[in-house]
Design a protein around this ligand. Structure first.
Ligand SMILES: [Zn+2]
Length: 288
């Protein structure tokens, strides 16, 4: 690939939640049953840490407060390896299901636990299921009030579960007069459509060449950093199966889990990656 793309630093992120906490299963697994589920998040995060260590990369772990509270030693291992710890909210309640007040409380509760465990300040936030959209005009204001450096919570696309079609594709300042930067997840423009191309099914289910093409386009044509995300459960083919979930949710969740780790290694090797706070500082300098 040409040189310019190879030099761009892209944002590498992990949304730290367990297999039973994902949006796809929220209607079939009650939050009250989470404690009884067989947790896999710690072993999966340790596998990710080993993979990142092998490749000598650092990234950002957007973590649920619920998970951090139960696995503080894991959080300290993540931080000790040089990764950024950021917030993914308390228990994966999507932002548009909360009001401004409840959202503010969710942020504070999560940040307090994360900062208590690692001693490092939390400067970034990712909304569960990219749930900051046209329904939540107050959300970025709350983040700005609480002093966040950045949010990476918007998917500027149309999708059946999420998306904010009118949002910009690249970093922007969502609140006038505030320093807060929103860095949307990477999209690709393909055959007249805009697709979320920074992770999820696009990466796991479709051929790797498409993701490589999309990130290369963002780096070389748009000359911007890409933002990529994945989840610990995505590298875990042996996770328990949720039999009573809708077929569509199961197809989305379970397809190609076994091929994921290999694809990730390829992706990490093909581009330059760093922490989201580093990307935010660079973008803040270039966005007016
Ligand atoms: Zn999530």
């Amino acid at each position: 690939m040409p040189g310019s793309a190879e030099k761009t630093l892209n944002g590498l992120s992990v949304d730290v939640e367990d297999w039973f906490q994902v949006g796809a299963f929220e209607n079939v697994i009650d939050r009250g049953d989470w404690e009884a589920c067989d947790s896999r998040v710690e072993r999966n995060c340790d596998a990710i840490l080993a993979m990142f260590d092998d490749a000598d990369v650092v990234g950002t772990f957007f973590t649920l407060g619920w998970v951090a509270q139960r696995y503080p030693a894991m959080m300290r291992r993540i931080a000790a390896q040089g990764h950024e710890i950021a917030s993914h909210g308390w228990d994966h309640a999507r932002v548009f299901t909360l009001g401004a007040k409840a959202f503010g409380e969710d942020l504070q509760r999560t940040r307090a636990v994360l900062e208590d465990i690692t001693g490092a300040s939390v400067r970034g936030y990712r909304a569960p299921s990219f749930s900051i959209d046209a329904r939540t005009p107050w959300a970025h204001e709350v983040l700005a009030e609480q002093g966040y450096l950045y949010s990476s919570s918007v998917a500027p696309i149309v999708h059946d579960h999420y998306g904010w079609r009118e949002a910009p594709r690249f970093a922007f300042r969502p609140v006038a007069g505030a320093d807060l930067i929103e860095i949307p997840v990477t999209t690709a423009e393909f055959a007249g459509r805009r697709l979320a191309a920074g992770g999820g099914g696009f990466f796991r289910v479709l051929p790797y060449a498409l993701s490589r093409w999309a990130i290369h386009q963002v780096n070389s044509r748009d000359e911007r950093p890409a933002v990529f995300y994945f989840h610990p459960w995505e590298i875990d083919p042996d996770q328990p199966r949720v039999a009573h979930a809708p077929l569509r949710s199961r197809l989305r969740h379970y397809t190609n889990l076994s091929g994921m780790a290999g694809k990730l290694r390829q992706l990490i090797g093909d581009f330059r990656w760093g922490r989201m706070d580093e990307i935010a500082l660079r973008e803040a300098a270039s966005v007016t």
